[in-house]
Design a protein around this ligand. Structure first.
Ligand code: ADP
Ligand code: MG
Length: 236
């Protein structure tokens, strides 16, 4: 589904992503972990088309996308800071893109119900953003990205500002959505617990390099570097 071949990114002379190669199969849930500044967001944004690629190639579904604008890549990028339409209800914020796509009323209702349940806002569909807390608004923003069934989700630390209980619940729901849709997902986090519980495969990044790739079990049982052992072993 996604093929990165020797992908690199430099800002001036500083290489923040150093020749990364990675294949992600359709249906996989891949988690990118690494400390702050390791290049996780940059790599995700390169796949999304929000950052240019300095060297190498990125393909999605068999098509080279190096120069393709984000909107034409058939993916949904889920992050927290996403603007909402202030004059529309939560329902309409979520339904907007689906109406543009021309989906039927029933289908729109079903999709909105599904994602609003995931972010635990199904009781708030009639409210305007100004009638929600900051955390609730963030969850509407997430739901708005997830409501479009693109088949490919890119998540950038979507749960990092939420309290532990909600984070745990939403983590389970995100994985369920992924499984139910048969989607392919790349999920960025610096939280080891999230990585270990969500991932089919974990990619450990450090300083723009891949340190190791493997299932949670493989990385836990057989960390190839001290960095990986320390990173996945230490509490978040
Ligand atoms: P992470 O998401 O893992 O915390 P980032 O991908 O945000 O890391 O950043 C990786 C590195 O790239 C950091 O050292 C950061 O300072 C640098 N960086 C990110 N964006 C820019 C930019 N626009 N200009 C220069 N350096 C940048
Ligand atoms: Mg980041």
């Amino acid at each position: 589904m996604i093929e990165l071949s020797n992908v690199g990114k430099a800002y001036g002379k500083i290489e923040v992503i150093k020749s990364i190669s990675l294949s992600i199969a359709k249906g996989e849930f891949v988690v990118l972990v690494g400390p702050s500044g390791s290049g996780k967001s940059t790599l995700l944004r390169m796949i999304a088309g929000l950052e240019g690629i300095t060297s190498g190639d990125c393909s999605i579904a068999g098509k080279r996308v190096n120069n393709l604008p984000p909107k034409e890549r058939g993916l949904a990028m889920v992050f927290q800071n996403y603007a909402l339409y202030p004059h529309m209800t939560v329902f309409d914020n979520l339904a907007f893109a689906l109406r543009v796509q021309g989906l039927s009323k029933n289908e729109i209702k079903e999709r909105v119900a599904r994602v609003s349940a995931i972010v635990q806002l199904d009781q708030y569909l009639d409210r305007k953003p100004s009638q929600l807390s900051g955390g609730q608004r963030q969850r509407v923003a997430m739901a708005r990205a997830m409501v479009r069934d693109t088949g490919l989700f890119l998540f950038d630390e979507p749960l990092s500002n939420l309290d532990a209980k909600l984070r745990g619940q939403m983590r389970v729901e995100i994985r369920k959505l992924h499984d139910n849709l048969g989607a392919t997902s790349i999920y960025v986090t610096h939280d080891q617990t999230e990585a270990m519980t969500l991932a089919d495969r974990i990619v450990v990044l450090d300083k723009g390099n891949i340190e190791q790739v493997g299932t949670p079990h493989e990385l836990y049982e057989d960390p190839r570097t001290r960095f990986v052992a320390g990173f996945l072993g230490s509490p978040s």
